[in-house]
Design a protein around this ligand. Sequence first.
Ligand SMILES: Nc1ncnc2c1ncn2[C@@H]1O[C@H](COP(=O)(O)OP(=O)(O)OP(=O)(O)O)[C@@H](O)[C@H]1O
Length: 225
Amino acid sequence: MSILEAQHIKKTFHDDGQPPLTILDGTSISIAQGSIVTVVGASGCGKSTLLHILGGLDKPDEGIVSWNGEAIYEMDREAIADFRNQKLGFVFQFHHLLPEFTALENIMMPALISGTDPNEAKEKAQSLLDGFGILERAEHRPSQLSGGEQQRVAMGRALINDPDLILADEPTGNLDERNTDMLLDLLFNLREAREVSILLITHEKNIAQRSDIIYELSHGKLHEL
Ligand SMILES: Nc1ncnc2c1ncn2[C@@H]1O[C@H](COP(=O)(O)OP(=O)(O)OP(=O)(O)O)[C@@H](O)[C@H]1O
């Protein structure tokens, strides 16, 4: 059963003085429950644009994105924000942690926004930090953490609301080999531990090999490899 489905997505950017740039040109994808799907492709081919559209962050010009059969861009602003907060977990290359908050607070934030009891949110955040081996860093701010630690905090933040789907855009792009391996192990183990689906964007084909389906995005369309 697919949880997220996109059909015939089109997206063109119109920048002043530039010819229109069609990035997605009839792209379709279906993400089955519990699956790990990887999208690879040349720099600038539109992978991040696709992820933003699938994640309810950027409306396509044409086409439908639906979550369990419901068209997400037909939801009102509040419903789409709730959908993102409760069903999805985002992990980006630049993790966008809030600099003035501690690791623990950064992880707790999406749970607090969705109305979880603060004590419960704290316990869940501590258990995520513990599972990622960085509980002793709980009170550190992002600037006091290494890149790999920051990315694990970002993973914790993506997971605290028990999402059904993780959308990860080059999550290891900034990490050295050791941290890349550690983060990928954490990510791929999630399916076993939490039955979560994962959409992973990367340009590293050896990472892609650990997934169920690999697509290449080129000329605005996805091709299964
Ligand atoms: N808001 C925007 N306005 C105009 N052009 C944009 C916008 N966002 C992205 N683009 C352009 O669309 C193209 C695709 O960008 P996108 O970030 O989706 O590519 P990508 O495949 O993720 O690239 P990379 O692997 O380098 O991160 C690029 O040429 C980019 O400059």
